[in-house]
Design a protein around this ligand. Sequence first.
Ligand SMILES: [Zn+2]
Length: 260
Amino acid sequence: MPELPEVETLCRQLRGVIADREILSVKILDPRLGAVDGLVGRKITAITRQGKALEIKLDNDARLLLHLRMTGKMEWQSASRALPPHTRFIIAFSHGRLLCIDPRRFATLVITADGSSQAFVKDPLHDFRIEELHKIARVKKLPVKSFLMDQRLIAGIGNIYACEILHEVSMSPWRPVCGVSLREWRKIERATKEILEKAITCRGTTVSDWRDLFGQKGEYQHELKVYDREGLSCLRCHGIIQRLRLSGRGTYFCPTCQRR
Ligand SMILES: [Zn+2]
């Protein structure tokens, strides 16, 4: 599932391709998406990220909010080629077309007046609101990993990066979040920024199907310290990385240096 670095990658790539361009046509191929009217003839004025969603702003101030969910991908075709399987919609421009490809059909595309993220921390890259977040966490008993991944609290962190962040700060994913001190929150903040920023420069993590706008794999899978490394030795302490389920998600951790 695309997380913050993958969506940010798409966002930056889309800016280079469709900013200031006029939409010539829109074709919805999957009726589950519903009708999306009023796009033809509009010019794209801005492309931003809201957590894990892409927000495309139009010259009439409407916003097109695209959430890729589980398996959604965006692909740019500058010359018309055959449509890949599972293409769900096409937005055409004079210099090429933008496709959304989504085998599991969970991606959503809506026009909205206000697309801004509802999360408490809207952008963990720039504004972690650490003291307020610490106060919220102090009265919650859920595991710290579930807290980091709660999109109502922090926008953009999913399973891969939550595992990496907690390994970086040597914290057990099961640690009740109420016991995380302000000092530890500052470490989490620093690790989150470093990891997400590095992942953006690597254009995301391809461990299964993530591809960028031009069909290329990301590079951050080569930087992973714990995710997808079950049975391998920890790069910090030489413990053996384990994978256990936490709230239904495969959670990778080092039982030696992430004991508490
Ligand atoms: Zn370790």
